[in-house]
Design a protein around this ligand. Structure first.
Ligand SMILES: NC(=O)c1ccc[n+]([C@@H]2O[C@H](COP(=O)([O-])OP(=O)(O)OC[C@H]3O[C@@H](n4cnc5c(N)ncnc54)[C@H](OP(=O)(O)O)[C@@H]3O)[C@@H](O)[C@H]2O)c1
Length: 248
């Protein structure tokens, strides 16, 4: 496939989990900043509408169906972007799930889902972009962790474990590669669909109430991601924690 004529100052940015919440807000923010966004998620109906809206606004965007738990699918997502544009400048590893429940409830399938999406999904993304970034000696991996990567709370044990792990692997990736920028963005309560799916009804209800009461707009997290991406060559913003002022 031939490469498009995207100017080199416009970054090619892949965003996983772009069909709602923080990923969708990040797509809007980065597209409006002039970057070309390549959006992935399972709900392609949402991505179709978003890309249409961005394109009609004069921005540059495309999408592909993506399940981050499938390493071959994540590779294909990155390979397609690479073939089309000749490079991947930034990967925003954003896709995530948070079915909260006490461990004693033994929601083992949901524990595995959190590990598969939040941890393995991030690793699949890194594996898909790292070789071409190393070859170019340039690139930026932005991993979305959480304030749950810094403190553990009841009903969030496994979710926190995945987010602590994302922080740990990000630091390792950073230390091993002097040409690649690595940023961990850790939001606090943020308005999105995160607490709408799965988990224990009481735990999810509490998370939803807190988010409705104090949650940041997803655009606030998108701006933090945009800040990290906007730094000049040689400047690597390693960690950003962005939470509501009233969150303890
Ligand atoms: N909202 C918060 O308070 C908060 C706080 C800290 C950290 N975070 C983190 O922020 C990230 C985004 O979450 P959000 O709050 O924006 O929630 P959200 O609105 O539920 O968005 C989650 C996104 O992940 C995608 N996703 C889930 N499973 C996937 C899979 N297997 N493959 C590909 N995409 C998948 C979803 O798309 P599809 O369902 O269409 O695939 C959706 O686009 C997550 O990593 C989350 O842990 C959120």
């Amino acid at each position: 496939m031939s490469t498009t004529s995207i100017p080199s100052d416009r970054k090619i940015v892949l965003v996983t989990g772009a069909s709602s919440g923080i990923g969708e807000a990040t797509a809007r923010h980065l597209a409006a900043a002039g970057h070309h966004v390549v959006l992935g998620a399972r709900r392609v109906d949402r991505l179709t509408v978003l890309v249409k809206e961005l394109s009609e606004a004069g921005y540059s965007a495309e999408y592909a169906e993506l399940d981050v738990t499938d390493p071959a699918g994540v590779n294909a997502f990155a390979e397609t972007a690479l073939a089309r544009h000749g490079r991947i400048d930034v990967l925003v590893n954003n896709a995530g799930v948070m079915p909260l429940a006490p461990m004693a409830a033994l929601h083992v399938a949901e524990w595995n889902q959190m590990i598969d999406v939040n941890l393995r999904g991030v690793l699949h993304g890194i594996a898909a972009v790292l070789p071409s970034m190393l070859e170019r000696r340039a690139g930026h991996v932005v991993n979305i962790a959480s304030t749950a990567a810094y403190r553990v709370d009841p009903t969030a044990a496994v979710y926190c474990a995945t987010k602590y792990a994302v922080r740990a692997l990000s630091e390792g990736l950073r230390q091993e590669n002097s040409d690649i920028k690595v940023t961990v963005v850790s939001p606090g309560f943020t308005r999105s669909e995160l607490a709408d799916k799965g988990g224990d009804p009481q735990a999810q209800g509490a998370a939803r109430s807190a988010t409705e009461l104090i949650g940041l707009p997803a655009s606030a997290v998108a701006e933090a991601i945009g800040y990290a991406i906007g730094q000049p060559a040689g400047v690597d913003v390693n960690e950003i924690v962005v939470r509501p002022t009233v969150q303890n």
